[in-house]
Design a binder for this molecule. Structure first.
Ligand code: EPU
Length: 409
């Protein structure tokens, strides 16, 4: 099987279109709801896009348009904040509704704003919006208080058009940041060090046309590989970047799965028992928080007690209560979940609370005795393209149901 393009690389790539009026062609963009939300936001900002031969094309722009990201869009997708850096850098002004809380925690954007201020922008909060203005940003040195993925991306885009040199320290090192730097470089930006903690950007006065293929989604691919280990299955993930999956593959091997990497493919199989794990999520190259919920489902089947320590977000254990309803034995203390395995999972009606939590429930359904109904799968559709079709192709019995009339409120 193949994973689609990475949602979290496609979103900043789309935002980068605001840095120029030149045409942009983005290949391997996943057809997921968050991408559609970002397309709507870009169209509102004067950069409409069209699907053509499986790619997203943005023609030459330049029409006068608003420079605000309204609440209706930001409230459904926090990544909308990615338009702030490009708007300020290109148009001298951007206004974005403050994202507020979300299902996985408070998630402030103070670092995005402090970084833009370091480049000379004036930041004002007004009626739930953040208003950022700068006639022309100026290169500066800025150190992030913690590695933030979209914060690093916002600053990369802003600094690309700033006057002079910007040095960013304590940057996020996620592959999605590196992919954005590749796109910006193709557009004419001068960036060095992406993928490391320090990134240097030499500002240029304008950026041009580019064509870019988004990297494969390591979180989507990783979800199916976890599924193989969970169900004593055998999944061959083609055309992926195994290096990006290394933090997961190491844990799957430690748990007793057989992992084989060959070129751009990874195969995960399991015949024997599953061993418990002790895993802490961490910024890349640590274990990704976006696979924590799915790994937890796997660990319900391990023989012994596992611990999962969530260090990136303060409230990312909402799947625990739903997994418990299916028979999992999980105890949470603060940021640590202790999973007592193996537990016999039984199909149940469960409710998705966020994107990755939904994936963990679908996986649990695959391992459970009987039928599982996962409600509110619009969360799933934000980041997984055609999950049911991909699972069916792998041999699972999964169906998408129209909203069930009898579904409990
Ligand atoms: N943080 C701050 N201040 C900031 C920015 C971040 O305190 O100004 C904190 C956050 O609250 C969090 C930590 O720093 O505790 C890391 O957050 P980060 O900013 O890195 O997260 P993000 O950029 O908002 C991206 C992904 C998330 C993924 C995280 C962590 C995108 C569009 N989203 O979010 O993806 O979980 O990085 O890797 O890239 C998902 O796809 O399901 C998802 C939630």
């Amino acid at each position: 099987m193949r994973a689609g393009g990475a949602k979290n690389a496609a979103l900043p790539a789309l935002a980068a279109a605001l840095l120029s009026d030149a045409p942009l062609r983005l290949e391997r963009v996943p057809r997921v709801r968050d991408v559609e939300t970002m397309r709507r936001l870009l169209a509102h900002l004067g950069r409409p896009s069209d699907w053509r031969d499986g790619a997203l094309e943005l023609g030459a722009g330049g029409v006068a348009s608003p420079d605000d990201a309204p609440y209706e869009l930001v409230k459904t997708m926090r990544a909308s904040v990615l338009v702030l850096g490009p708007l300020v850098a290109r148009r001298g002004h951007g206004r974005v509704s403050l994202p507020g809380g979300c299902a996985i925690g408070v998630r402030p954007i103070d670092q995005h704003l402090a970084g833009l201020e370091a480049l000379g922008a004036e930041v004002r909060l007004d009626h739930g919006y953040v208003d950022v203005a700068a006639p022309r940003l100026t290169g500066a040195r800025f150190r992030f208080a913690m590695p933030t993925v979209t914060g690093t991306e916002n600053l990369l885009m802003a600094a690309a058009l700033a006057r002079g040199t910007t040095v960013l320290d304590n940057c996020a090192r996620e592959p999605e940041v590196v992919d954005l730097a590749r796109l910006l470089t193709a557009m004419g930006a001068r960036i060095e060090g992406a993928g490391g903690a320090t990134i240097t950007i030499e500002g240029v006065s304008s950026l041009g046309a580019a064509r870019h293929a988004v990297i494969p989604d390591r979180i989507e691919g990783g979800t199916y590989l976890i599924g193989a280990a969970l169900t004593r299955g055998d999944v061959l993930l083609d055309d992926c970047l195994p290096g990006d999956l290394a933090p997961l593959l190491g844990e799957l091997e430690r748990a007793g799965a057989e992992v084989a990497v060959e070129g751009r493919s990874v195969r995960v199989r399991r015949d024997g028992p599953l061993a418990p794990l002790e895993v802490a999520t961490a910024p890349h190259p640590g274990f990704p928080t976006d696979l924590q919920a799915q790994l937890m489902t796997l660990l319900t089947q391990a023989e012994g007690v596992s611990t999962l320590h969530e260090t990136v977000f303060e409230n990312r254990f909402q799947h625990v209560a739903e997994l418990a309803r299916m028979g999992a034995d999980i105890r949470v203390e603060g940021h640590v979940a202790r999973i007592h395995g193996p537990a016999a999972l039984a199909g149940a009606e469960v409710m998705a609370t966020d994107l990755r939590a939904s994936a963990s429930l679908v996986l649990a359904g695959l391992a459970a005795e009987g039928e599982t109904y996962v409600d509110r799968i619009y969360h799933l559709d934000r980041g997984y393209e055609a999950m049911e079709a991909k699972l069916v192709a792998l041999g699972a019995a999964v169906e998408r149901l129209a909203a069930r009339a009898a579904s409990a409120p």
